[in-house]
Design a protein around this ligand. Sequence first.
Ligand code: ZN
Length: 428
Amino acid sequence: MNNTQELLDFINNSKTAFQGANEVKNILDKNGYCEIKESEKWDLKKGGKYYITKNNSAIIAFEIGSGNIEESGFKLIGAHTDSPGFRIKPNAEINVEDHYVKLNTEVYGGPILSTWFDRPLSIAGRVTIKGEDPFKPEVKLVDVNKPVLIIPNLAIHMNRSVNDGYEYNRQKDTLPLLTMANEALEKDGYLIKLIAETLKIEVKDILDFDLFLYDFQKGSLVGLEEEFISVGRLDDLWMVFAGLKALLQSKENKATKVLVALDNEEIGSLTSQGANSSLLENILERITLGLNKDREDFKRALSNSVMISADLAHAIHPNYTEKSDPTNKPKLGMGPVLKIAASGSYSTDSYAAAIFKGVCEKAGVPVQEFVNRSDLRGGTTIGPITAAKLNIPVIDMGAPLLSMHSIRELASVKDNEYTIKAFTEFFN
Ligand code: ZN
């Protein structure tokens, strides 16, 4: 129950990848982890607890093991901080009929668009501000934290066939309403003025922003016995949270424990803070060098390493049982799920699966398996990219979920406990 409320608080606070990475940072700070910068020289100690952040939206935390790193290697748990939704475009205000002001947005990743309609929405993300040196703009995280936006549906009387299936146009149908036109506000730009007021800074100092919409309504428990968790961004902040809990509560270990929370998985990971970059490899090498070891020691350490790529898995849906594979039907509340695909879009093979099954058995946690129906194209995640880049076994898994990529996703309280237990045992 305690872990459930903590998870809800964590996600409620993590409105975008920026706030998510910052939330992880705050928890690490409280638990004695020390921030180190990529630009500094690293002098690391056995048993030391450190983290680095990248782009304010990714974070890698690690506890140096007591063994020789080239022999004991790394134990990694990886997940992603970003979630599908809407990103605000530059010059976003659109004035309609001299009366409404709406915002121009673009879709980020693959959200279920219809779930974003008729809900109070707010704005959060990152703002860049004029600094002393043009090469070093100042960065501030921002959360408007008021329900300033809404995407109104069209009345059914004007779209009689809406319940027969409707194809939403991403440039027309999904633009959120901000206000009614008002001359006094107009001259500075409504959005920038709102951001400046929120941050208590001058409009003229704002150079640019990465702003996203989020569901203003907080997550909650639902179900007859409050056995379900209903909140957005479970994909994949839930696995970030479970990995973080495991990192903090696991025992000191010979291996170096690493929590990897990267950004931009929902748009393919090809950014400097995403999984399809050299970031993770660089940081693991820097850890080895920071312990006064050499490049060969780093390669040896990798050969003794294993990673869990933790993203979510589709549970069987009560209204669409036929969408699941005929023999592999993960259920909510029945434990973490190994994700398997002949195409390699998930990295689990029998070797990686065996490691995870062994860990779960020791932890007393049940394991399930997910494979797509052979006539459905599934998703992918950071697992295969990381396995290919680091040449290590990567267990692709996730806790079971319904409504993936809806503005509110649905999970089970029990699976939160199971997953934290399994991850803790993995680190132990
Ligand atoms: Zn995901």
